[in-house]
Design a protein around this ligand. Structure first.
Ligand SMILES: [Zn+2]
Length: 113
């Protein structure tokens, strides 16, 4: 399942970060998921719960922040309003996706002795 491989790579990142900082435990994991990232948040949570047992994240709750889709003009004329044609109102260039497809490890609360 897609969400399991996401969680797997999340854990790789967390382990590397924790190791680099000499952490003995993780107290909280915060991730950002774009609304069109193609991720089922509930499945992701389920996968996280399965993976975290007997890992450094065993007692770390998972916080998920949703990131809204945002489109913007590639020439810097600012955001293009959602629900309209996805072109810039100033120059009519097709809008570029600026946010909403990301899966990001945003923050870790680490216990460093
Ligand atoms: Zn423009």
């Amino acid at each position: 399942m897609h969400e399991y491989s996401i969680v797997q790579s999340l854990f790789d990142q967390i382990r590397d970060t924790a190791r680099a900082r000499g952490a003995v435990a993780v107290h909280r994991v915060t991730i950002q998921i774009g609304e069109i990232a193609g991720v089922e948040v509930e499945l992701l949570r389920t996968a996280y719960e399965l993976f975290r047992e007997r890992t450094i994240c065993e007692h770390a709750p998972l916080e998920v922040e949703a990131v809204a889709v945002r489109w913007t003009c590639p020439d810097g004329h600012g955001d293009v309003t959602r629900g309209h044609a996805l072109v810039c109102a100033v120059c009519a260039r097709p809008a570029r996706l600026a946010a909403g497809d990301e899966i990001v490890l945003k923050q870790l609360e680490l216990e460093v002795p």
